[in-house]
Design a protein around this ligand. Structure first.
Ligand SMILES: Nc1ncnc2c1ncn2[C@@H]1O[C@H](COP(=O)(O)OP(=O)(O)OP(=O)(O)O)[C@@H](O)[C@H]1O
Ligand SMILES: [Mg+2]
Length: 180
C-alpha cells in the first residue's frame, strides 16, 4: 500500500541534499565522450537528484539520437518537467551538453526565478582523448547503429562555446569535493 509506505517515511521523504538546503539545478556541460553521464550518475547519488538525459530517453524509445528537431522538442519537455520538480523541492541534473552560452543562461535564470540554485559542471578534455573514448563507446550495442564519426567531433569542437571564468562565477558554487 503506497499510503503505508508514505507513513513509514519510505516515500515522499523531504528534500535531502547533503550539500545544500535549497533545490538545485545542475547543468552538465561538455562535448560527447567528455564523461557527462558518468559524472551525472555520481552526482545523482551524492545529491539525491533526478537525472534527465535526452540520449537515454531517445535510445529507450528507439528514436534517432541524430534527429535534432525531435531532440529539441524532447529537451523542451524535459525542461518543463525540471521546473515542476524544482518547484516541489527536488534537485535535478540535466545532461544536455549545453554547448551554447545562451542556453546555459536561460536555465540559470529560470532556476533562480524559482528560488532554486544553479550549478554548472564543465567537463573539458583534449580532442584526441574525446575521440578515444567515443571510438571505444561506438562499439557498444546502443551506439553501433549510429556511431559518432571523427568528422562529427571536429565540427562539434568548433561549435562548443566553452564557459569562461566570468560565466562560471554567475552560477552558484558547486561543492568542490567531487573528483573523477
Ligand atoms: N573520468 C573518466 N576517466 C576515464 N574514462 C572516463 C571518465 N569518465 C567517463 N569515462 C569513459 O568515457 C566514455 C564516455 O563517458 P560518458 O558516457 O560518461 O560521456 P558522455 O559525456 O555522457 O558522452 P555522450 O555525450 O556521448 O553521452 C565512457 O566509456 C566512460 O566510461
Ligand atoms: Mg552521455
Amino acid at each position: 500500500m503506497p499510503f503505508d509506505r508514505l507513513a513509514r517515511g519510505e516515500v515522499g521523504r523531504p528534500y535531502a541534499d547533503p550539500v545544500s538546503d535549497h533545490p538545485t539545478l545542475l547543468l552538465i556541460c561538455g562535448l560527447p565522450g567528455a564523461g557527462k553521464t558518468t559524472l551525472a550518475r555520481e552526482l545523482a547519488a551524492r545529491r539525491g537528484a533526478v537525472r534527465l538525459s535526452p540520449d537515454e530517453w531517445l535510445s529507450d524509445l528507439e528514436l534517432s539520437l541524430f534527429d535534432e528537431p525531435l531532440r529539441d522538442r524532447l529537451e523542451k519537455r524535459l525542461i518543463g518537467l525540471t521546473e515542476e520538480l524544482l518547484r516541489h523541492g527536488q534537485s535535478v541534473i540535466l545532461e544536455f551538453g549545453f554547448w551554447s552560452r545562451t542556453e546555459r543562461e536561460t536555465l540559470r535564470d529560470r532556476a533562480h526565478t524559482l528560488g532554486a540554485r544553479a550549478e554548472l559542471w564543465v567537463l573539458e578534455l583534449p580532442q584526441d582523448e574525446l575521440w578515444e573514448r567515443i571510438e571505444r563507446r561506438n562499439n557498444s550495442p546502443e551506439w553501433h547503429a549510429e556511431p559518432i564519426t571523427r568528422e562529427h567531433l571536429k565540427l562539434w569542437w568548433t561549435l562548443f562555446e566553452r564557459p569562461t571564468d566570468q560565466e562560471r562565477r554567475l552560477f552558484d558554487e558547486a561543492d568542490g569535493i567531487m573528483t573523477l
